[in-house]
Design a protein. Structure first.
Length: 199
């Protein structure tokens, strides 16, 4: 059954600028700029001023006309993606990864510009894994005194930061061994915001 109109609104906070051209959404904020391409879906995205009893200010309107139920759910998906971008350009995303080893210590060498990381000595292997960071992402070792063997990934794009973490975890994937006994690897320990807003 087709849904004649599915729409939703997302408020644009102060200090954030959003522009839309041919379903390419550009979000600019204090921490940087993110561009997302939504041209693969027939959906209408507009930035507009609204003054009603319930809504007042600048809003992003996301609409889909004559879509089937499952396709119309993309409205909420796009709203969530744009909201994540707004959080990224205002607060920023930080992922913490733990390097876990039983016998052979995992060595992580980070470049000076924090744009690439090299993983060595995983399970005593001689193979070296070089992972380049996605655009806008950085990696560093944790500076906390009581924490050892922790990597910190930071960036404004949630998708790019999580992809970098997945690439690093992926090179430490154990094959042809019992993973209940060989627990070595690099795992995400926490996800947080760099500069969270105070409520």
């Amino acid at each position: 059954m087709k849904v004649i109109l599915k729409e939703d609104y997302l408020e644009v906070p102060a200090g954030v600028k959003i522009s839309v051209k041919a379903r390419k959404v550009t979000i600019t904020g204090p921490r940087g700029k993110i561009t997302k391409d939504f041209s693969h879906k027939s959906i209408d995205i507009r930035v507009m001023k609204i003054a009603t009893s319930k809504m007042k200010g600048l809003y992003v309107r996301i609409q889909m006309w004559n879509g089937a139920y499952k396709q119309a759910c993309a409205v909420y998906t796009f709203k969530g993606l744009i909201n994540n971008c707004i959080i990224g350009v205002t607060e920023g995303f930080r992922y913490r990864l733990k390097m876990v080893h039983a016998h052979f210590p995992i060595t992580a060498i980070i470049s000076k510009d924090k744009k690439q990381i090299e993983i060595k000595n995983f399970l005593g292997g001689k193979k070296q894994h070089l992972i380049k960071m996605q655009e806008g992402c950085t990696v560093s070792l944790s500076t906390a005194k009581d924490v050892k063997n922790e990597l910190v990934f930071e960036g404004i794009d949630n998708a790019a930061v999580s992809l970098c973490c997945a690439q690093v975890s992926g090179v430490c994937f154990i094959k042809q061994k019992d993973e209940r006994k060989f627990l070595d690897g690099i795992f995400v320990s926490s996800k947080e915001l760099v500069d969270p807003k105070e409520d």
